[in-house]
Design a protein around this ligand. Sequence first.
Ligand code: ATP
Length: 235
Amino acid sequence: MLEVKNLVVNYGSIKGVDDISFHVDEGEIVTLIGANGAGKTSTLRALSGLNKVGTMTSIKFMGEELTKMTPHQIVAKGLNHVPEGRRIFYSMTVKENLLMGAWTDKDAATIKKNMERAYTLFPRLKERESQIGGTLSGGEQQMLAVARALMTGGKMLLLDEPSMGLAPIVVRGIFDIIQELQKEGMTILLVEQNANMALSIANRAYVLETGKISLEGPAAEIKANDQVRKAYLGA
Ligand code: ATP
């Protein structure tokens, strides 16, 4: 579904992502794990058209090359980004936030259907439909960020550190929902520092180290790898 070749992201003389290639098949959860500054966010931003990529980079989504598209065009193709830090609209209600996510659709019936789906997945958001976004708890804001991305009715989600700053029990809830989305047929690329959780729900994993992929394979294998256990799983 997503095929990335020779991804390079440079910030002046700093290499954010240093020539990586990876793929995500339809229906998979693939995780990119790595320490601070490894290049995880830079990778997701490049996929969404928010970072400039190298001249040799190819990013194919459902057979189409994304590297020349704008972020708006990329979302309209069905690739949705949930950025780090739950960037919701703080002064808007839950419902208004969801409606903002529906900008790719003009059809009221589709918007209604997508909203019902979001509320089925996140009943807590339904209860808080009229609450102002900025007053939601951290976990609820993360739910809202994911729900808003679902409003476009896209086919693949890019999740940037959904567990960041959340209590373990809330993280569990968010990861349950990610698995639920996979069951519904969503394809997911999950960037995480919480390697333990990410590897427990992913099908496959890539380990990023200073902009390069140092290891890749089935998530269970990566989780059992000695190096990974020492560096990322606190073993
Ligand atoms: P974290 O888990 O801390 O968010 P990350 O793996 O997502 O880290 P990136 O944010 O992609 O890492 O950063 C990769 C490298 O690129 C880092 O060295 C970072 O300092 C650098 N970098 C990221 N964004 C910029 C920018 N806008 N300008 C300059 N350097 C940047």
